[in-house]
Design a protein around this ligand. Structure first.
Ligand code: KIV
Ligand code: NA
Length: 266
């Protein structure tokens, strides 16, 4: 049994087959998704919000991404593992991007990296691809720029912004990216990008026409607390289930009903 590769994803687009992607930040969760047949797992810098307790992706470090990525690779046999280059790990230029991407490939064993930006990240993408590291681009809402964007809003609205998004997508493809994430983009625009590229688009809040979809796993499984964004569908109620399990366990310990005889050694 071999791992999924970027060639398999190119072939899927040719056959018109859609595929799911989920984030993962640890070995055990990643093994569940791998066994469920999710072909691509993203060690997203959403780990900042969903795993490390930061309030954005901005503080996430290379050291943190390396540890989480290695865990996800160890927990999986079949999935292509893609790791985010975190904020500050590639903005200085292509050489910095290559140094940090190489670390994730060699140290953690990931099969590809993702970085934010189209035209603005073109030199980085070109050097990584030329060096043999597959790159997934990320356009539309790019959370590492939250301080400049002023919040998490739908991107690509209006003719000018739409044209820029199309140029960014083409730039990413021309630089050799194997796929493009489209985050919080009007469905019609995402459909147009999907039609005009030969590489797959991976949508999140970008409508049904994309070649693939991605969700943050804690959103997908209902573990995240608080307000659910419109583009999320919850497929389980893990937060309730886990909270209930913890409360029952606590009650049993306090009440003396756990451990019972069958949990004890004599
Ligand atoms: O970090 C992340 O989870 C992501 C996906 C939302 C695409 O970049
Ligand atoms: Na990310």
């Amino acid at each position: 049994q071999r791992r999924i590769t970027v060639r398999d994803l190119a072939a899927a687009k040719e056959r018109g087959e859609k595929w799911p992607m989920l984030t993962a930040y640890d070995a055990m969760t990643a093994s569940v998704f791998d066994e469920a047949g999710i072909p691509v797992l993203l060690v997203g810098d959403s780990a900042g919000n969903c795993h490390l307790g930061y309030d954005s992706t901005v503080p996430v470090t290379m050291d943190e991404m390396a540890v989480l990525s290695a865990a996800v690779v160890r927990g999986t046999k079949r999935a292509l593992v893609v790791a985010d280059l975190p904020f500050g790990a590639y903005q200085e230029g292509p050489v910095q991007a290559l140094r940090n991407a190489t670390r994730l490939v060699k140290e953690a064993g990931v099969g590809a990296v993702k970085l934010e930006g189209g035209e603005r990240s073109l030199p980085q993408t070109e050097l990584l691809v030329r060096s043999g590291i597959p790159v997934m681009a990320h356009l539309g809402l790019t959370p590492q720029s939250v301080n400049a964007l002023g919040g998490y809003y739908v991107q690509g609205r209006g003719e000018e912004a739409a044209q820029q998004l199309l140029r960014d997508a083409k730039a990413a493809q021309d630089a050799g990216a194997f796929a493009v994430v489209l985050e919080l983009v009007p469905a019609e625009l995402a459909a147009e990008v999907t039609r005009s590229l030969h590489i797959p688009t991976v949508g999140i809040g970008a409508g049904a026409a994309c070649d693939a979809q991605v969700l943050v796993w804690t959103d997908m499984a209902g573990l995240t607390s608080g307000r659910v964004p419109r583009f999320v569908k919850r497929y389980a109620k893990l937060r309730e289930a886990l909270g209930e399990a913890a409360r029952e366990y606590a009650q049993d310990v306090v009440g003396g009903t756990f451990p019972a005889a069958e949990h004890s050694f004599h």
